[in-house]
Design a protein around this ligand. Structure first.
Ligand code: SAH
Length: 228
Protein backbone atom coordinates (compact mmCIF):
# COMPACT_ATOMS: atom_id res chain seq x y z
CA UNK A 1 0.00 0.00 0.00
CA UNK A 2 2.92 2.37 0.67
CA UNK A 3 5.38 0.75 -1.72
CA UNK A 4 7.22 1.98 -4.79
CA UNK A 5 4.63 0.07 -6.85
CA UNK A 6 1.84 2.18 -5.34
CA UNK A 7 3.78 5.35 -6.17
CA UNK A 8 4.41 4.16 -9.71
CA UNK A 9 0.68 3.52 -10.18
CA UNK A 10 -0.03 7.06 -8.96
CA UNK A 11 2.51 8.46 -11.42
CA UNK A 12 0.85 6.54 -14.23
CA UNK A 13 -2.52 8.03 -13.27
CA UNK A 14 -1.05 11.56 -13.16
CA UNK A 15 0.49 11.09 -16.56
CA UNK A 16 -2.87 9.92 -17.95
CA UNK A 17 -4.45 13.04 -16.43
CA UNK A 18 -2.04 15.22 -18.42
CA UNK A 19 1.12 15.77 -16.34
CA UNK A 20 3.90 15.56 -18.90
CA UNK A 21 7.12 17.04 -17.46
CA UNK A 22 9.23 13.88 -16.83
CA UNK A 23 11.15 15.59 -14.01
CA UNK A 24 7.88 16.25 -12.14
CA UNK A 25 6.68 12.65 -12.58
CA UNK A 26 10.06 11.40 -11.34
CA UNK A 27 9.88 13.65 -8.27
CA UNK A 28 6.41 12.31 -7.40
CA UNK A 29 7.69 8.74 -7.90
CA UNK A 30 10.54 9.46 -5.48
CA UNK A 31 8.60 11.25 -2.72
CA UNK A 32 7.09 8.98 -0.04
CA UNK A 33 3.72 10.73 0.46
CA UNK A 34 2.72 8.20 3.14
CA UNK A 35 5.33 9.73 5.44
CA UNK A 36 3.59 13.13 5.20
CA UNK A 37 0.24 11.96 6.62
CA UNK A 38 -0.85 10.40 9.88
CA UNK A 39 -0.10 6.67 10.12
CA UNK A 40 -3.83 5.92 10.15
CA UNK A 41 -4.12 7.47 6.65
CA UNK A 42 -0.90 6.01 5.20
CA UNK A 43 -2.77 3.32 3.27
CA UNK A 44 -4.62 6.07 1.38
CA UNK A 45 -1.55 8.17 0.61
CA UNK A 46 -1.31 7.09 -3.04
CA UNK A 47 -4.94 7.70 -3.87
CA UNK A 48 -5.29 10.89 -5.89
CA UNK A 49 -7.11 12.77 -3.14
CA UNK A 50 -6.51 15.49 -0.56
CA UNK A 51 -6.25 14.19 3.03
CA UNK A 52 -6.59 15.88 6.42
CA UNK A 53 -3.36 16.76 8.27
CA UNK A 54 -4.97 18.14 11.44
CA UNK A 55 -5.75 21.68 12.65
CA UNK A 56 -8.27 22.07 9.83
CA UNK A 57 -5.62 21.80 7.10
CA UNK A 58 -5.12 19.34 4.24
CA UNK A 59 -2.32 17.85 2.18
CA UNK A 60 -3.25 18.67 -1.43
CA UNK A 61 -4.34 16.10 -3.98
CA UNK A 62 -1.27 14.65 -5.77
CA UNK A 63 -2.61 15.79 -9.16
CA UNK A 64 -2.75 19.39 -7.93
CA UNK A 65 0.76 19.16 -6.45
CA UNK A 66 2.07 17.78 -9.75
CA UNK A 67 0.13 20.32 -11.82
CA UNK A 68 1.27 23.34 -9.79
CA UNK A 69 4.85 22.06 -9.83
CA UNK A 70 4.72 21.61 -13.59
CA UNK A 71 3.38 25.16 -14.02
CA UNK A 72 6.12 26.50 -11.75
CA UNK A 73 8.85 24.74 -13.76
CA UNK A 74 7.36 26.09 -16.98
CA UNK A 75 9.01 23.47 -19.19
CA UNK A 76 12.34 23.43 -17.36
CA UNK A 77 13.81 20.38 -15.58
CA UNK A 78 15.15 22.32 -12.56
CA UNK A 79 14.96 25.68 -10.84
CA UNK A 80 17.42 27.32 -8.46
CA UNK A 81 15.43 29.03 -5.64
CA UNK A 82 11.70 28.71 -5.01
CA UNK A 83 9.38 30.03 -2.32
CA UNK A 84 6.33 28.20 -0.97
CA UNK A 85 3.68 29.84 1.22
CA UNK A 86 1.91 27.16 3.31
CA UNK A 87 4.30 24.35 4.31
CA UNK A 88 1.49 22.25 5.85
CA UNK A 89 2.58 18.60 5.86
CA UNK A 90 5.75 19.44 3.93
CA UNK A 91 4.84 17.21 0.96
CA UNK A 92 4.78 19.93 -1.72
CA UNK A 93 8.09 21.31 -0.37
CA UNK A 94 9.62 17.81 -0.51
CA UNK A 95 8.53 17.36 -4.15
CA UNK A 96 10.00 20.78 -4.98
CA UNK A 97 13.21 19.91 -3.13
CA UNK A 98 13.87 17.19 -5.72
CA UNK A 99 13.54 19.74 -8.53
CA UNK A 100 15.12 22.88 -7.08
CA UNK A 101 18.46 23.69 -5.51
CA UNK A 102 16.81 25.43 -2.55
CA UNK A 103 13.22 25.56 -1.30
CA UNK A 104 12.12 28.30 1.12
CA UNK A 105 8.80 27.49 2.79
CA UNK A 106 6.68 29.58 5.17
CA UNK A 107 3.96 28.37 7.57
CA UNK A 108 1.73 30.21 10.08
CA UNK A 109 0.78 27.15 12.22
CA UNK A 110 3.71 26.29 14.48
CA UNK A 111 2.52 22.76 15.33
CA UNK A 112 2.36 21.77 11.63
CA UNK A 113 5.73 23.34 10.88
CA UNK A 114 7.38 21.44 13.75
CA UNK A 115 6.20 18.10 12.32
CA UNK A 116 7.17 19.05 8.75
CA UNK A 117 10.67 20.07 9.87
CA UNK A 118 11.11 16.74 11.65
CA UNK A 119 10.12 14.92 8.44
CA UNK A 120 12.63 16.89 6.33
CA UNK A 121 15.34 16.12 8.86
CA UNK A 122 14.51 12.40 9.05
CA UNK A 123 14.49 12.14 5.26
CA UNK A 124 17.81 13.93 4.96
CA UNK A 125 16.32 16.80 2.94
CA UNK A 126 18.78 19.55 3.68
CA UNK A 127 17.78 21.98 0.94
CA UNK A 128 14.44 23.02 2.50
CA UNK A 129 14.56 26.16 4.65
CA UNK A 130 11.48 27.09 6.69
CA UNK A 131 10.17 29.96 8.79
CA UNK A 132 7.29 30.24 11.21
CA UNK A 133 5.65 33.41 9.92
CA UNK A 134 2.67 34.87 8.09
CA UNK A 135 3.88 34.09 4.57
CA UNK A 136 2.13 37.01 2.91
CA UNK A 137 5.32 39.07 3.26
CA UNK A 138 7.37 36.38 1.51
CA UNK A 139 11.07 36.08 2.39
CA UNK A 140 12.60 39.37 1.18
CA UNK A 141 16.15 38.51 2.29
CA UNK A 142 16.19 35.48 -0.04
CA UNK A 143 14.46 37.14 -3.04
CA UNK A 144 14.38 37.05 -6.00
CA UNK A 145 12.91 33.57 -6.49
CA UNK A 146 12.73 31.53 -9.69
CA UNK A 147 9.23 30.48 -8.72
CA UNK A 148 6.68 31.21 -5.98
CA UNK A 149 3.85 28.85 -5.06
CA UNK A 150 0.97 29.52 -2.66
CA UNK A 151 -0.86 26.48 -1.32
CA UNK A 152 -3.73 28.35 0.38
CA UNK A 153 -6.44 30.36 -1.37
CA UNK A 154 -5.91 34.14 -1.34
CA UNK A 155 -8.44 36.94 -1.42
CA UNK A 156 -5.89 38.86 -3.54
CA UNK A 157 -2.28 38.05 -4.45
CA UNK A 158 -0.06 39.85 -1.91
CA UNK A 159 1.79 42.54 -3.89
CA UNK A 160 4.99 41.97 -1.91
CA UNK A 161 5.15 38.42 -3.21
CA UNK A 162 4.94 39.43 -6.87
CA UNK A 163 7.89 41.75 -6.31
CA UNK A 164 9.98 38.82 -5.07
CA UNK A 165 9.76 37.05 -8.45
CA UNK A 166 12.89 36.93 -10.60
CA UNK A 167 12.72 38.05 -14.23
CA UNK A 168 10.77 35.48 -16.28
CA UNK A 169 9.68 33.58 -13.13
CA UNK A 170 6.15 32.55 -12.26
CA UNK A 171 3.92 32.77 -9.22
CA UNK A 172 1.22 30.07 -8.99
CA UNK A 173 -1.66 30.49 -6.55
CA UNK A 174 -5.29 29.65 -5.88
CA UNK A 175 -7.26 32.90 -5.91
CA UNK A 176 -10.82 33.44 -4.69
CA UNK A 177 -13.29 34.38 -7.42
CA UNK A 178 -13.84 37.74 -5.71
CA UNK A 179 -10.06 38.29 -5.91
CA UNK A 180 -10.13 37.68 -9.64
CA UNK A 181 -12.49 40.63 -9.95
CA UNK A 182 -10.54 42.71 -7.42
CA UNK A 183 -7.35 42.16 -9.40
CA UNK A 184 -9.06 43.23 -12.59
CA UNK A 185 -8.93 39.82 -14.27
CA UNK A 186 -11.78 38.35 -16.23
CA UNK A 187 -12.58 34.71 -16.80
CA UNK A 188 -15.14 32.82 -18.82
CA UNK A 189 -15.44 30.36 -15.87
CA UNK A 190 -16.69 32.99 -13.44
CA UNK A 191 -20.28 32.93 -14.59
CA UNK A 192 -20.40 29.16 -14.46
CA UNK A 193 -19.13 28.76 -10.92
CA UNK A 194 -20.24 31.95 -9.26
CA UNK A 195 -18.40 34.01 -6.68
CA UNK A 196 -17.81 31.23 -4.16
CA UNK A 197 -15.21 29.40 -6.24
CA UNK A 198 -11.42 29.52 -6.44
CA UNK A 199 -9.21 29.51 -9.50
CA UNK A 200 -5.61 28.62 -10.02
CA UNK A 201 -3.82 31.65 -11.46
CA UNK A 202 -0.29 32.23 -12.67
CA UNK A 203 1.60 35.52 -12.89
CA UNK A 204 4.73 35.67 -15.02
CA UNK A 205 7.17 38.53 -14.48
CA UNK A 206 8.53 40.40 -17.50
CA UNK A 207 10.56 43.29 -16.09
CA UNK A 208 8.04 45.23 -14.03
CA UNK A 209 4.98 43.76 -15.73
CA UNK A 210 3.16 40.72 -14.36
CA UNK A 211 1.10 38.86 -16.94
CA UNK A 212 -1.76 36.92 -15.40
CA UNK A 213 -3.37 33.72 -16.63
CA UNK A 214 -6.42 32.03 -15.16
CA UNK A 215 -6.20 28.24 -15.24
CA UNK A 216 -8.63 25.86 -13.53
CA UNK A 217 -11.21 25.82 -10.77
CA UNK A 218 -9.61 24.42 -7.58
CA UNK A 219 -10.39 23.94 -3.90
CA UNK A 220 -7.89 24.99 -1.21
CA UNK A 221 -8.00 25.94 2.47
CA UNK A 222 -7.92 29.73 2.94
CA UNK A 223 -4.81 31.89 3.33
CA UNK A 224 -5.14 33.44 6.80
CA UNK A 225 -3.57 36.45 8.53
CA UNK A 226 -1.22 36.27 11.49
CA UNK A 227 0.21 33.33 13.46
CA UNK A 228 -1.38 30.30 15.11
N1 SAH B 1 1.67 22.63 0.83
C1 SAH B 1 0.96 21.92 1.86
C2 SAH B 1 -0.53 22.25 1.82
C3 SAH B 1 -1.01 22.59 3.17
S1 SAH B 1 -2.60 23.37 3.25
C4 SAH B 1 1.22 20.43 1.82
O1 SAH B 1 1.86 19.96 0.87
O2 SAH B 1 0.82 19.72 2.73
C5 SAH B 1 -2.17 25.10 3.27
C6 SAH B 1 -1.26 25.54 4.39
O3 SAH B 1 -1.13 26.97 4.26
C7 SAH B 1 -1.77 25.27 5.80
O4 SAH B 1 -0.82 24.56 6.52
C8 SAH B 1 -1.97 26.66 6.37
O5 SAH B 1 -1.69 26.78 7.75
C9 SAH B 1 -0.98 27.49 5.56
N2 SAH B 1 -1.26 28.94 5.54
C10 SAH B 1 -2.45 29.59 5.43
N3 SAH B 1 -2.27 30.92 5.47
C11 SAH B 1 -0.93 31.14 5.58
C12 SAH B 1 -0.11 32.31 5.68
N4 SAH B 1 -0.63 33.56 5.66
N5 SAH B 1 1.22 32.15 5.79
C13 SAH B 1 1.78 30.90 5.83
N6 SAH B 1 1.07 29.77 5.75
C14 SAH B 1 -0.28 29.88 5.62
Amino acid sequence: MTSQAARDRLVQRLSQKGISNPAVLQAIANTPRHLFVDEALASRAYEDSALPIGLGQTISQPFIVAYMTELLLNGQARLDKVLEVGTGSGYQAAVLAMLCDRVFSLERIEALLRVARRRFHQMGMHNIFTRYTDGQQGWPAQAPFDGIILTAACPVIPAGLLNQLAEGARLIAPLNASGIKAMGLSSPFLNQLGMGGQYLVSYTRRQDEFSPEILDAVSFVPLLDGLS
